[in-house]
Design a protein around this ligand. Sequence first.
Ligand code: KG4
Ligand code: ZN
Length: 339
Amino acid sequence: MSEPLVVGFETSCDETGVGVVRGRTLLADALATSVAEHERFGGVVPEIASRAHLEAMVPTVHRALAEAGVAASDVDAVAVTAGPGLTGALLVGLAAAKAYALALDVPLYGVNHLAAHVAVDELQHGRLAEPSLALLVSGGHSSLLLVPDLSREVTSLGRTVDDAAGEAFDKVARVLGLPFPGGPPIDRAAREGDPSAIAFPRGLTGPRDAPYDFSFSGLKTAVARWVEARQRAGEPVPVADVAASFQEAVADVLTAKAVRACRDHGVDHLVLGGGVAANSRLRALAEERCAAAGIVLRVPRPGLCTDNGAMVAALGSRLAEAGVEPSAPDLGADSSLPI
Ligand code: KG4
Ligand code: ZN
């Protein structure tokens, strides 16, 4: 199928996304979010997210189609995130996408959320070089993927063994009295701070550690202990220095492991994705280290890095073009869907 018109549904976490693409051209990316409803809990509450998806779904579909300027009868295929993510949240997207595909009598593609984070880059930078490596870092995942063929073969090289990178940003922000989600305020505070002020630990970087896995739990605890010690001693907490030193530790480990994985696998293209890819220090350090290692770095604009429907539509379009078999009508949600 050439240049298929695809509608993508994304509901794996707190964003209700409906995107429309034709081939690799982005036509619409409608989004609703329940992020404000989770703020007072300091993290996403699954039940609240599911209910918010239910309320937002139909209006978001209408908005996406209007924005794209297409009629429902023009749609060639529907794609939906089948996992990983929050089960209840995924089920809302699946129910909507199935109903839509059935009503329009078009194929349905259940896609992996992580692969969709990679596919979205094609909407901005064109066809992905294959093989590529992808570093995906968000509130829900931190993964290094090897992408020999985005339509048929994506393999996981490593992932976080505890917290996701974004989760660490959110928890450290809480310790520092900054708002949720913590990434943006830490990024801002860090601009005024010294990244070498405090030597926070770099998780899983020892010679016997898994080379491509990540761990941010120890770092998060180290920051909390450091701040508590200051407070106990009645001394002021240098928020900017803590933010900058913490952010440096995260960006250092992520970029070092990504570049190492590229080198070990003979890959010279790296894609960043996920909400944490909006981090200014991570972007700068990735650029610096990739340039030094002769790696071409591709980073989608921040609006495409965070969860959205366009990324799901982008991958669906890829699958339709490649002639991949659509999903069966009994496609289910899988909260820990392997890549
Ligand atoms: O991809 P995303 O919108 O949703 C998930 O799938 O989780 O990512 C949200 C995460 C949050 O943890 C947020 O703190 C983090 O991305 N984030 C950032 C920045 N902007 C968002 N982390 C670091 N620096 C940023 N500028
Ligand atoms: Zn995501």
